[in-house]
Structure formats: structure tokens, C-alpha cells
Ligand binder design. Structure first.
Ligand code: BTN
Length: 269
């Protein structure tokens, strides 16, 4: 059952973006814990300016408003908490244990993406400036529950990289059960964000479930691109990558797990 924090659940048949909705609500002073769930989004947002799409009535499209008492630099732990809760929920409902590909993608045993997480803060909100405690963070998760049912459902650019719970477990999965389990699992994780020991617990869980650690990665930043070996996460949830004799810490960006035989990418120009 959802805990006391996430009881104000606002459901939409259709909306542009549940993240956009909660950012507006946060600006109006909405408290921590408001949840927005949509059956369909007409302008769903993905990471790095991408869009997020799913046919109506198929997948879980959900955002939560958090106001965690987080020290500067620890914001990644808020999105990690939602990714971890998503993974908890999938395991509780289907028995399937998903990994987390850094920064926040939930992936199946075949390495394909089942869910993505997008955290957004309103820089125009005076309480958000400087990452002060209790500044609002909206964290959205889009989980492919029943779509795609087959590769033929997907746009060509997602074939081979996206999958769904339906495909992984071979049956239709009840979205409302996943939603309820996710909010229940998020309750203690969100509470953890407000204390040092709690944050250490979330970091440890993130590290334990992060499938990026120990793999060769190609890191794609806005203005740089490099390859190396991902060796660890920092306490803040950032990715530690060994590149030759240097160690780099990646705070944000895209990471590709490089498989043996993949050709190295040309340097960014
Ligand atoms: C990613 O690019 O991997 C992140 C995708 C996040 C999508 C979710 S769906 C619910 C919420 N509302 C949005 O507009 N985006 C997030």
C-alpha cells in the first residue's frame, strides 16, 4: 500500500506531460508527495531533450513531486530513488529483477530498456535556487509495461534497444499493481533522502543494482565523448570511469555499454 507521503494521486486520461504538470504545481506551492499519472501524454519528455512516447492505456507514465532535504550535489539520488522503487515494484509484481543502467534506465536481462527516469527542477523557482533544502524536484518515470508487445510495434530507431514487462514475462501486466507497488517502495526511499545514513543506504542500493559498474562504456557528454571502464558510483550517485591512467567522474550524460566487437566511436568534433 502507498505510504502517507504519496496519497494525493492525480489521474489524467490525457495530458501533455506529467512532469510539466507537477513543475507548475510546485511553482504554485504544492507539497511533497503529489503524484501525477497519465494514461497518455501528448508531449512526454525524455532525457536530453528527447521525447517519450507510448500508445494510450499501455504503459505507466508517472511523476512525483519531491522536496528532499538534499545537500548540494546529491540531486541524482532523488532520481535513483525512483529508479530503485521502479525496480522494487517490478520484482514484487512480476518476480523479474531489473538492473539499472547509469544514470537511471531500468533494463531487462537482455540489456534492453524497460523504463526511463527524468528529474527536473524549476530554476525560476526561488526555493530551488542554489539547491537549497526542500527545493522541489519532479521525478518522472515512464515504464514500458504492456507496450511494445513486439519489435514490430516500435519505431525503427528503438528496435533492439527497448522492451516491455509484457515481453519479458510473456503476459499482460497490471499497471495499477505496478503503480501501487512503486509508490509503496518509494515511501522509505524518499524518506532516506533527508538523512546522511539514509542517503548512504540509497547509494549502496544503487551501486548494488547498477549494471554499468564493471562494464566498458562510451560516455557521451554535450561537448565531449570518451571510452573507459566504469568502476564505481560516488556517494552522490555519479559514475566513476577509468580512462587510461585517469579517473573521471560523470555527473550527467549518456552512457553506452560497449560490447566486445563494438567499434570505437570517432572523437566528437
Ligand atoms: C528517459 O529519457 O529515459 C526518461 C523518460 C521519462 C519519461 C517519463 S513519462 C512520465 C514523466 N512525464 C514526462 O513528460 N516524462 C516522464
Amino acid at each position: 500500500m502507498p505510504g502517507p507521503r504519496f496519497t494525493d494521486i492525480r489521474r489524467f486520461d490525457s495530458i501533455d506531460s506529467t512532469n510539466r504538470y507537477l513543475l507548475d504545481e510546485a511553482r504554485g506551492g504544492a507539497p511533497e508527495g503529489v503524484v501525477a499519472v497519465a494514461d497518455h501524454q501528448s508531449a512526454g519528455r525524455g532525457r536530453l531533450g528527447r521525447s517519450w512516447e507510448a500508445p494510450p492505456g499501455t504503459n505507466l507514465l508517472l511523476s512525483v513531486l519531491l522536496r528532499p532535504d538534499l545537500p548540494a550535489g546529491h540531486r541524482h539520488l532523488a532520481s535513483a530513488a525512483v529508479a530503485l522503487a521502479g525496480s522494487d515494484a517490478v520484482e514484487a509484481v512480476t518476480g523479474l529483477r531489473l538492473g539499472i543502467k547509469w544514470p537511471n534506465d531500468l533494463i531487462g536481462p537482455d540489456g534492453r530498456k524497460v523504463a526511463g527516469v527524468l528529474a527536473e527542477a524549476d530554476v525560476a523557482d526561488p526555493s530551488a535556487r542554489g539547491g537549497r533544502p526542500s527545493a522541489p524536484i519532479v521525478v518522472g518515470i515512464g515504464m514500458n509495461v504492456n507496450w511494445p508487445a513486439a519489435d514490430s510495434d516500435l519505431p525503427p530507431d528503438l528496435v533492439g534497444s527497448a522492451t516491455s514487462l509484457h515481453r519479458l514475462v510473456g503476459r499482460t501486466v497490471d499497471r495499477s499493481r505496478v503503480l501501487e507497488a512503486l509508490l509503496g517502495a518509494l515511501e522509505p526511499r524518499a524518506a532516506d533522502l533527508g538523512s546522511e545514513s539514509g542517503r548512504a543506504r540509497q547509494s549502496a542500493d544503487f551501486r548494488a543494482r547498477c549494471t554499468t559498474i564493471g562494464t566498458s562504456v562510451r560516455v557521451e557528454l554535450a561537448d565531449d565523448r570518451f571510452e573507459g571502464r566504469a568502476t564505481d558510483l560516488t556517494a552522490e550517485g555519479h559514475l566513476v570511469v577509468v580512462v587510461g591512467d585517469r579517473t573521471r567522474t560523470v555527473v550527467s550524460g549518456d552512457v553506452v555499454h560497449v560490447r566486445p566487437g563494438d567499434r570505437p566511436s570517432p572523437p566528437a568534433v
